[in-house]
Design a protein. Sequence first.
Length: 49
Amino acid sequence: MMSSEGRLIGRCRPVRFGAHGIGGGADGNLYLAETAPLDCVTRLRLLDN
């Protein structure tokens, strides 16, 4: 993910089977709830500048 200034602000692996839900934390991270068969939460960590 790039900022509007062209700076790298994040990267992640693709979700394998489709995210069921998404949430954001106060720390700037995103959380994806993945569906079966994984049944897990993936954290997309905000990169340090």
